[in-house]
Design a protein around this ligand. Structure first.
Ligand code: PXP
Length: 237
């Protein structure tokens, strides 16, 4: 089974746009779980334009499924994660002002740094996933630094899906296969949606988790959150 972790950054963005508490991020997190999501993902960025650092502790108490915190492992990010002990930390090499994550780690070049931060998080009982582009050398590199999982960056897959979906998924399928051989789990995320998700799932039988935010929250404007989550869950079965 592939778990659906709902990324609620966009809900926080909407809340912050008016400076108040609407929509209520915490109620949304609870409801996503109630509607069947198997995880909640947040990606606090240094400018706190959506998830704020102060959202993390209350979310940590509310989330009963799997809490996943993504981000660039700066010292302040690592301290936040260590203090709140989510089930999983997904490490992403994004710049402070970046609009969204658009490439993964070079797990070979950054080996020493990633080995240290992975060990630090794992010592606190937190599962570590590394965001990587779908290249086999990065899967091997992630295994070598001690990560539990990789999160395959699916932005390019989504971009090329309509033109040639077999070609778009092939590097992902190869990485997933290698991941199974070397003994590292596989997550995926970025631009996954109702159109491209089922095929991706079908081609990566060992896909453990997807984290989806932008498209899912956009779909919820039309279908409502409950129906939308159920639609995504159906594609993952
Ligand atoms: N994975 C990572 C590392 C991300 O940065 C994001 C976006 O915050 C996602 C997954 C989810 O992407 P999307 O919002 O396009 O579903």
């Amino acid at each position: 089974m592939t778990r659906l972790s709902v990324n609620i950054n966009k809900v926080a963005l909407l809340r912050n746009s008016r400076g108040g508490k609407l929509p209520n991020l915490f109620q949304v997190a609870k409801d996503c779980e109630y509607f069947g999501a198997q995880g909640i993902t947040v990606h606090p960025r240094p400018d706190e334009r959506h998830i704020r650092y102060s959202d993390i502790a209350p979310l940590g108490k509310i989330v009963k499924t799997e809490f996943n915190i993504e981000g660039n492992p700066t010292r302040s990010f690592l301290d936040l994660v260590l203090k709140n002990k989510p089930h999983q930390a997904t490490l992403v090499p994004d710049d402070p002002g970046q609009l969204t994550s658009d490439s993964g780690w070079d797990t070979i070049k950054d080996k020493d740094f990633l080995t240290d931060v992975t060990a630090e998080l794992k010592a606190a009982g937190i599962r570590v996933s590394l965001f990587v582009d779908p290249e086999e050398k990065y899967v091997e590199g992630a295994k070598a630094v001690g990560a539990d999982r990789i999160e395959l960056y699916t932005g390019k897959y989504a971009e090329n899906y309509r033109a040639d979906r077999e070609k778009a998924v092939s590097s992902h399928a190869a990485c997933a296969k290698l991941a199974e051989q070397v003994g590292i789990g596989v997550n995926a995320g970025h631009d996954l949606n109702l159109e491209n998700l089922a095929f991706y799932r079908q081609k990566l039988p060992n896909l453990l988790e997807v984290s989806i935010g932008h498209a899912l929250i956009s779909d919820a404007l039309y279908y409502g959150l409950e129906t939308t989550i159920k639609m995504y869950l159906r594609l993952l079965r």
